[in-house]
Design a protein around this ligand. Structure first.
Ligand SMILES: [Mg+2]
Length: 294
């Protein structure tokens, strides 16, 4: 589940795939039906789609393939940069090329963690989440390994900016490697809590870490399942989210590649004013109120 944190923690982490990246997750497909005693859970369809719908896997595959098809042209174009203007803290000239990817639900599939919550009736909490991360069992999402290895083979640094806590770095790096994703070294993971000199951290926003990357790299492409993976979101409501993305709509599918996550993310608290302290029934009511019926 998504972090029950301030709007900013939106960008936390969750979902995965595998090095050989099978399109389906056989153990999920063959699992026995959930007992009838499992209580209703608003995340059931989202998690079921994420884990079992081949459409989910195909979206990831086509996204990473599309990105790969444009990567070498971006590499050749010395003026090409995929950082938002507020994140570009140093001029491009002479910088090494990189791609920047979120981790959870972008390259790693944490849906088993969420499936456990659906089955147990539990809610996301940091302790359970950290324990899941320390299992180092998340698989790579379809297309992610091929794309990142392609980038690495062409001398492009692969950098992961994640809102996994910095103290989960060892488990996260190990999981990435087990899943077949390239990890050049510990500096490839910029987790939550990374100190960036000269940059004032805003909540869990990733802007400072993107600025840190901008000092060393020309960023060819960015990948994420949350808009906070691309821009700093100052107002997490419908208008604020559109406003944050508006200047960059031409970059979608060219410099920025957005992946689907119906199971959690900043889109959800935006529906109830980011107030995780509201009772679940109240949050649910506000989500229903947000539905469009015509
Ligand atoms: Mg994510």
């Amino acid at each position: 589940m998504p972090l029950r944190l301030p709007a900013s923690l939106l960008a936390f982490a969750l979902l995965a795939g595998c090095a050989a990246t099978p399109l389906r997750h056989p153990e999920v497909v063959s699992s026995p039906a959930a007992p009838a005693t499992v209580a209703a859970n608003d995340n059931l369809n989202a998690v079921a789609w994420t884990q079992t719908a081949i459409e989910h896997d195909l979206i990831y595959l086509q996204t990473y393939r599309d990105a790969e098809a444009g990567l070498l042209a971006a590499l050749q174009d010395q003026g090409w940069d995929a950082l938002a203007k507020d994140d570009r803290a140093a001029p491009l000239r002479g910088l090494k090329p990189a791609v920047v990817l979120d981790i959870d639900e972008t390259v790693l599939d944490n849906s088993p963690y969420q499936a456990r919550l659906v089955k147990s009736g539990g809610e996301y909490n940091e302790a359970d989440w950290a324990a899941w991360c320390k299992e180092e069992a998340a698989r790579a999402l379809p297309g992610a390994v091929a794309f990142t290895r392609f980038a690495a083979r062409h001398g492009i640094a692969v950098i992961y900016i994640s809102n996994r806590a910095k103290d989960l770095d060892q488990a996260t790096l190990a999981n990435l490697r087990k899943a077949g994703l390239p990890v050049s070294g510990p500096e490839a993971f910029l987790g939550l809590g990374t100190f960036v000199e000269g940059c004032e951290q805003i909540g869990t926003e990733k802007g400072c870490r993107r600025q840190l990357v901008s000092r060393k790299y020309r960023v060819l492409m960015q990948f994420g399942d949350q808009i906070g993976d691309f821009v700093t979101v100052l107002a997490n409501n419908a208008a604020g989210r559109h406003r944050a993305m508006a200047p960059y709509m031409d970059w979608i599918g060219r410099r920025w590649f957005v992946l689907p996550n119906p199971t959690y993310g900043s889109w959800e608290p935006a529906l109830f004013n980011n107030d995780w302290s509201a009772p679940p029934a109240e949050r649910r009511r506000q989500k229903i109120d947000a539905l469009r019926s015509e």
